[in-house]
Design a protein around this ligand. Sequence first.
Ligand code: SF4
Length: 351
Amino acid sequence: MLAVYFLWGGFISVIDEIEAKKNITLEQLQYLLEGNEADYLKERALAVRRGIYGNEVFIRGLIEFTNYCRNNCYYCGIRRDNQNADRYRLSDEEIMDCCTEGYRLGFRTFVLQGGEDGFYSDEKICHLIKAIKGQFPDCALTLSIGEKSRESYEAFYKAGADRYLLRHETANEVHYRSLHPKNLSLRNRKECLRNLKDIGYQVGAGFMVGSPGQTTKTLYDDLQFLRELNPHMVGIGPFIPQHDTPFANKKAGTVDMTVTLLSIIRLLLPRVLLPATTALGTIDPMGREKGLMAGANVVMPNLSPKRVREKYALYDKKICTGEEAAECIECLKNRVNKIGCSIVCDRGDYR
Ligand code: SF4
């Protein structure tokens, strides 16, 4: 079925209307999530991505430097109460080694990602930032270390951090409560994101697709929040249950729904940096390719040492835990080339 709307003196499809207005209604979202016009949606999202970024795919080197976390998000495999998590912290030297190897392989963006680990004072983080930026001044440095005070974010920015990833997870208050314990609040999460943007970071938000309790309405709230925040990056991937969490028996999100939402986000925020996530590649061997062909333009291979890869188990059956960084990037280059795109070795800034 083709839904048509009367706009600007003519009838156009729902997808053209979303693209033209860079907005979506709840009904239009429902219509697209039902799978209607899926091919045309992907086609338009791909065209928009190509118009801005061509066929270039940006790479970000992910360094998962600690899996300690003081929080207890119900969906997360490294939550505080998971006694089965094998905890680790990388030493500063190990982190620098990851960057050195990443640089050799062509990475010009490093992402320092970890749980909210009290071991890392602001001082320690600033020290790390300065060390990495001192040795690799032509690289962008992204932090993904959770909720902090505005003062901390300012200190990291002053030390040289360029970007910050903080998925909002859901912009719906009731849904947020069902995914997080009481000490965490959506209000604070949003406040953090606004502070980060205000300070001058390139900011990434995002959410899981198919998380327990998610509805079309909560997704609609997510999309409207993203339009309002207008982040530089949006990371979305399917929810995948982790066996040691309260959500162990919940159903995973789907490839189709994730891909549909990637395309919609590309139409709403045409310039946004949009990763085809590892989680998408985990639920479908061709998931990342499907994401890239639906409007995504970033991949984030892992630069963490092989010995800790499996320990950063946010969800089950995560792919690419057995390969060295060099093997990962070779594999990804081939995959990306096969779909007519190419990996570029620069900072991959927002355009
Ligand atoms: S989602 Fe983040 S903040 Fe929540 S438990 Fe996991 S690592 Fe910690």
